[in-house]
Structure formats: C-alpha cells, structure tokens
Write a protein that binds this ligand. Structure first.
Ligand code: ASP
Length: 442
C-alpha cells in the first residue's frame, strides 16, 4: 500500500467499509457487532482529530498573525475573507432555492409516504431534540452571538471544541498583542508557538496513517445504522435536488480556482481530496479542520498567514453546503405539506439560512437544528415542525456527509482565493510523517 496516494487508500477504505456494512446487515447480529467492535475505531480516529483541533488553531493562528508584522495586513485578510464567505453562502442558498423551485421535489410525494415518515420519525428522540436545541438557541437576544464570541475564561473556552470561535477570538487578541510589544520581546513566545505548530502538524500526519482503516469503520457503521431503504427511496427526488445543488457548488468553486487563483481545478481537487473524503466519512468540518489545514498549507501552497485565520473561521461560520441544504429542505417541506411560500418568504430564507449557517456548529447533524429556525422564520406552524423534520430525517445522514464535503471545500477555496489576492499563494512543500524518523531511531 506504500506507493498508493493517500486519497486512494482512503477511498478503498471507504468502499470496503460500505461493502462490509452491507454484508453485516445481512448477517444476524451483524449491526451489533459493527457497533461494538468496529465503530469504536472510527470514534477513536475522530477523537484524535478533535483532540488536536484547538491546539492547532492556537499555534497556527498565533504564528500566522505574528508573521504578518503589520496589523493592517490582518484587517485586509479579515475583510476579504468575511466578504467572500458571505458571497459564496448567498450564492449557495440561491442555487438551492432555484433548484428546489424548478424541480419541485415535494410536489410528487404521496400522502402515504408522508404518513409513514411522520409515524416513523416525528416522535423520535432525535427529531424532538433538534427542535428543543433550536428553541434554546432561538431564545437568545440579537447580540447574543457577539457576546458568545468573547469568553470569560480562556482556558475554559479551550476546554470545549464547540467554543472554537471563542478560542479564535482569544488567539487573535494574543497574536495582535504580540505584534504590539515588538518582535524582539515577543520572540520567545513566537518560537514556542512556531514549534508547537510544527509538532501538531506532525501529529496530523501520524493520525492520517490510520485514516484508511478509520474510514472503513466509520462507513461500515453508517451503513448498518442507516434507515429503511424504502424510505430512502421515497426521498430520492429531494436528495437528488440537494446533491445536484452541492455538485453545482463544487463546480462553482472550481471555476473560482481556475479563474482567480489560476490553478488547475483537477490539481486542486487531487491535493485536497483526503480532506474531502474525511469530511464525508466524519460529517464534521471541525473534526476535518486539522487535515483541511495541512492539505491547504502543505499541498496547495497557501501561506500560514492566510490559512491560519481563514480556515478555522471558515470551519465555524462558512457552511455553503449546509445553507444550500437548508434552503432546499425548507421549500421541500413546504411543498410536501402544502404550505404556501411567497417570494418574500424565499428572500427571508436567504437571510436566515445565511445566519443559520454562521450559527451552525461544525458537527454532524447541526444543519438540521438550524433548519428549524429557518422554517420558523417563514411562519411554518410550530405544531408541524416535527412532521417537517420527520420528512427529511431518513436521508439526513447521507446528505450531511455530502454537505460537509462542500463546507470544507468552500473553506479551502476561499483560503486559496484570499491567498492569491494578497500574494500569499506559493509553491506547496509537502512533508511526510517520517521525515526525521531515521535521525530519531538511530
Ligand atoms: N455536519 C456539517 C459540518 O460539520 C454541519 C451540518 O450541515 O450539519 O460541516
């Protein structure tokens, strides 16, 4: 397996995992076997990636900012990043709305299917917990999101991966203050973080050695815990609409890469594919972040000054795939349950899906929580929310896997565009996990 490129190894792991999962469904007790003996290896892998996410953000962002030597550059990068993120998200939502209005996946869905889906899912704990979580988030005041970004305890913020934006805030504050005390006095701290950064990237390389086996475990588990194939089939048109939209988004990114970054899109996809495959297998942009950073910096050539800010911020606030899905799902549910949506409702969807994608956590299934808020913004009756979610629940996991791929590809694309625009897109210098192995194993 040594010579095979990483993305091929991961792909093989995924395919074998799917086949193994299908085989286990056929065997009596197979699903329990996978849950008890296979899935834990996938969970360990995801934990390993999450384990290094916060230290990586800290080390790389401090390095990125302190390398700038000039705060105005940071402002420049920051403004470009946020504007491009907003623009791509609005485009994603618009593509979603156009497709769902043209394809009308909700119109043809039979009364019988709606009843079956409602029966199966509307009272399930999973659907109810999404609604409860959404109402908890919605209860907050308009400026709460700003308050939430500023932690009252830096160490506590670092103790929870869900607080990524807080850690980013603290780290930017730290980095800027380091610039302000002058290069000489900041040097010891800078050297410390530079070294920490290298060490963590090495940890990514080492963790990635197990990626082909881990994706096997993750996908086998997805297959054995997936829903009744009949239900999946009934939602084929809806799922197809989301998938088509996600495909258009990838094409759109590739056009941007070719026109603005002047790079071959196929080369870009090849370099970035291990991160996409992991996003697909884990359904989590946050867990994929360390690999996204490693690929974008070492394999695409984006300078750390750009990637260290653009990527962690993107993982938390830029979710083009999720917002596209929210737009399609909202209109699909409205079509299926004959709930009239006016043109201004559709404009409202653009706004709330944009805000919702910023507010969605980068973890599996988060997009569905925010979907509740989008549905409520267009006046969808509260007593029908559970039915609405029940309609799309069966296909949510596979769609989550696909939208997470778009989410991370969007982040990588924007990092590349911003880097190009500020002259920070260089020649990639990939490092291997065992570069210094010989010296330390003498
Ligand atoms: N799983 C997605 C992510 O981590 C979020 C979502 O759409 O549910 O990017």
């Amino acid at each position: 397996m040594k010579k095979l490129a990483l993305h091929w190894k991961i792909l093989i792991g995924m395919i074998v995992g799917i086949l193994f999962g299908l085989g286990m469904i056929a065997v009596n007790g197979g699903a329990t076997f996978v849950a008890n003996w296979i899935n834990p290896f996938g969970t360990i892998f995801v934990n390993l990636l999450k384990l290094i996410a916060i230290p990586l953000i800290l080390a790389s962002l401090v390095k990125g900012i302190s390398d700038l030597k000039d705060i105005s550059k940071f402002k420049n990068i920051g403004l470009r990043t946020i504007s491009i993120y907003i623009a791509t998200t609005v485009i994603a939502i618009t593509i979603g709305l156009l497709l769902v209005n043209v394809m009308k996946p909700g119109d043809g869905i039979s009364e019988e299917t709606i009843n079956k889906l409602t029966e199966t899912y509307s009272n399930s704990g999973a659907v109810q917990s999404k609604i409860a979580e959404a109402s908890r988030q919605k209860g907050a005041g308009p400026l709460q999101f700003l308050v939430d970004i500023i932690p009252d305890n830096a160490l506590k913020a670092m103790g929870d991966n869900a607080n990524m934006l807080q850690v980013i805030f603290f780290t930017i504050f730290l980095g800027i203050s380091m610039l302000l005390i002058g290069e000489k006095r900041a040097k010891p701290l800078k050297d410390f973080f530079d070294s920490l950064n290298e060490v963590i990237l090495k940890m990514v390389d080492i963790i990635m050695l197990s990626a082909p086996f881990a994706v096997f475990a993750l996908l086998a588990n997805v297959v054995v815990s997936s829903d009744d194939p009949d239900l999946l089939f009934a939602l084929l048109k809806y799922a197809g609409t989301v998938l088509l939209g996600l495909f258009f988004m990838i094409c759109f990114y590739m056009i941007l890469i070719s026109v603005f970054a002047k790079k071959n899109p196929f080369w870009f996809l090849k370099q970035f594919s291990p991160a996409q495959l992991l996003a697909f297998s884990t359904s989590s942009s946050a867990a994929t972040l360390p690999v996204t950073m490693e690929r974008v910096e070492e394999h695409i050539g984006v300078d750390k000054e750009v990637s260290s800010f653009v990527l962690p911020v993107g993982a938390t606030i830029n979710m083009d795939g999720t917002s596209l899905y929210q737009a399609v799902a909202t209109v699909f549910i409205a079509q299926a349950l004959s709930f009239e949506l006016t043109f201004s409702d559709q404009l409202m969807i653009i706004l709330t899906a944009l805000l919702a994608s910023i507010g969605s956590a980068a973890v599996p299934g988060a997009g569905m929580v925010m979907l509740v808020i989008v549905l409520e913004s267009v006046g969808f009756p509260a007593d029908k929310l559970a039915i609405g979610l029940a309609l799309i629940f069966a296909v949510d996991r596979p769609l989550d896997m696909c939208r997470t791929v778009v989410n991370v590809t969007g982040d990588a694309t924007v990092a590349t565009l911003v880097a190009k625009s500020v002259g920070k897109l260089g020649v990639p210098k990939p490092k291997n996990w065992d570069d210094n192995l010989r010296e330390v194993s003498k």
